[in-house]
Ligand binder design. Structure first.
Ligand SMILES: NC(=O)C1=CN([C@@H]2O[C@H](COP(=O)(O)OP(=O)(O)OC[C@H]3O[C@@H](n4cnc5c(N)ncnc54)[C@H](O)[C@@H]3O)[C@@H](O)[C@H]2O)[C@H](O)CC1
Ligand SMILES: [K+]
Length: 492
């Protein structure tokens, strides 16, 4: 499923009209009908439904919804926030049709207040992707009121007032459910705006899929995991499934590398090796299946034995580690860099330009801030652009971890992950993900889908864990890794 910016949505809309000759009135009719189908099972004839419409095409969708509800015998009133002469194009066409169906329209703010207070359902068709903040009156008053009343709020396309320009955002509708048109918009997955959406439902209005397919940003779904996850074969052997090397672990942080090893083991690696300092070895309790190497043994020849390498989990930040880190990056094997590896990388990022093999970086926003010289706030404001620019500039796969992790390829393709919950916001989760990701990038269709699968399955395991057994409070990253069994079982 694709995920679009407002601008991309508008471009597809324009193409639908110019190149495919799809009239705007038809698309609006399709939108209204599909929205009805998405909400009708929640509605009863006893509901008092109020549709709040704005000046643009989002309001036009609202006219279609109101007319069709009226036609089906529901109690529906429209609150129109602008006068008829401010409504144009296809929205005006549908305003006219709706009026002929006898839907009552309230134009006046004071008159609208009791309607909103008595409503059991409010359909928010004030603004969609054409909104530019800040919100002006009387719209601001309507948004404040909508957020105060008891009614269930369904927003059409986006919660009104949501904007990609976060600095210009003022009042925003807090929806119970958002019925988004054709594909989710990036604001559904951005920290400042996601919370307004409530439950997210996507409907199709028949826009040309050939045009949508050209968008290089999508939401990873269960069907994508099924399509790209390696199929394990009867005649496969440990060589078939690859050998991963996990490099990290120091006396202060012996746990990190153990968690990574567990993640890799529970993800089907043919062989798992861990490389640690000789002095750290006594502190480690590794699973029986894991082999060890010491960092003193590191050589280019040794690194050639592995199909994937992950470095940085509890690695340490000493001068010696910096030297070791630079040696590791000379290998042509795929290298995933996490945690302390990212801190060492930030000291001299130009080293990435010398890499011959594929490189994967898995920062959280703070680590990414260090790598880019930006603030965490800047990254969170526009995570899609900053990650894309960085991944293309340095030719890396980038996994920006967060509530909605964004995975970016060196060519700028982007995937958003929607699995996972606050159970993962704990030290150790990232170490486990590195273990899983090093296997998935080695085994799956290719590195990019492999990374997407790793993030998806890790989140899925945590979802299963909190649904079945734990709460987000008591669960530990180790508990999550044990639920990988159920995650993998769901996709084989
Ligand atoms: N994607 C599609 O193919 C379809 C989308 N539909 C719906 O149309 C909206 C987008 O419509 P658009 O007219 O471009 O924008 P809006 O309805 O969001 O509103 C624009 C409207 O509002 C005025 N305005 C903007 N900001 C403010 C403000 N701060 N205060 C006051 N007024 C403001 C602006 O001047 C315009 O007049 C999309 O979300 C879908 O819901 C189609 O119906 C089907 C095809
Ligand atoms: K809306």
């Amino acid at each position: 499923m694709k995920c679009l910016t407002s601008k991309e949505m508008q471009q597809v809309d324009v193409l639908a009209f110019n190149a495919y000759h799809m009239p705007g009135e038809v698309l609006m009719e399709n939108a209204g009908r599909a929205i009805i189908e998405a909400v009708i099972s929640d509605l009863t004839k006893k509901d008092k439904i109020v549709v709040v419409v704005g000046p643009g095409n989002n309001g036009g969708d609202g006219f279609v919804v109101a007319r069709e509800l009226k036609n089906r015998g529901y109690d529906v009133t429209v609150i129109q926030t602008v006068t008829n002469d401010k409504i144009e194009g296809e929205a005006y066409v549908h305003l006219n049709i709706m009026q002929r169906f006898g839907v009552e329209i309230i134009y006046d703010f004071p008159e609208a207040i009791p309607y909103l207070h008595e409503a059991t359902v409010v359909i928010d068709a004030l603004f969609g992707t054409g909104y530019k903040g800040p919100m002006r009156e009387p719209m601001q008053g309507y948004v404040t009121l909508m957020n105060q009343v008891e009614a269930v709020i369904y927003s059409i396309d986006v919660p009104s007032g949501v904007s990609e320009a976060i600095d210009s955002m003022s009042s925003v509708v807090k929806a119970s459910k958002t019925i988004t048109i054709e594909a989710p918009k990036i604001t559904a997955y951005t920290e400042a705006t996601a919370g307004y959406y409530g439950e997210l439902v996507t409907i199709s209005i028949g826009l040309p899929t050939g045009e949508l397919d050209k968008i290089s940003r999508s939401v990873w779904q269960s069907s994508d995991v099924r399509r790209t996850l390696i199929k394990r074969e009867r005649f496969g052997h440990k060589g078939t499934y690859g050998h991963v090397l996990l490099i990290g672990g120091c006396a202060d942080m012996p746990g990190a590398i153990q968690l990574s090893a567990r993640g890799a083991l529970k993800s089907g690696a043919g062989l798992v090796s861990v490389m640690i300092d000789r002095a750290t070895r006594p502190f480690l309790q590794l699973p029986h299946e894991v082999m060890t190497r010491t960092s003193e043994q590191l050589s280019p020849q040794l690194l050639m034995n592995y199909q994937a390498i992950a470095v940085g989990m509890g690695f340490g930040l000493t001068e010696e580690k910096q030297v070791l880190f630079q040696q590791i990056l000379t290998t042509n094997a795929p290298v995933l860099i996490d945690a302390d590896g990212l801190t060492l990388l930030a000291r001299d990022i130009s080293i990435l330009n010398k890499r011959q093999g594929p490189t994967v970086l898995t920062p959280h926003p703070k680590e990414f801030a260090r790598l880019t010289g930006r603030t965490v706030e800047e990254i969170k404001t526009d995570p899609f652009t900053v990650t894309k620019v960085f991944a293309k500039e340095y030719g890396v796969y980038l996994v920006l971890k967060g509530a909605y992790t964004i995975i970016t390829s060196p060519t700028g393709d982007q995937v958003i992950n929607t699995t996972g919950n606050s159970a993962l916001s704990k030290g150790g989760s990232g170490d486990i993900l590195s273990g899983i990701a090093s296997v998935r990038m080695m085994q799956d269709e290719s590195i990019f889908p492999g990374l997407c699968n790793a993030v998806y399955l890790h989140g899925y395991a945590s979802d299963v864990a909190v649904k079945e057994e734990f709460t987000a409070f008591d669960i530990t990253p180790t508990d999550v890794v044990e639920k990988l069994s159920e995650a993998y079982r769901a996709f084989i």
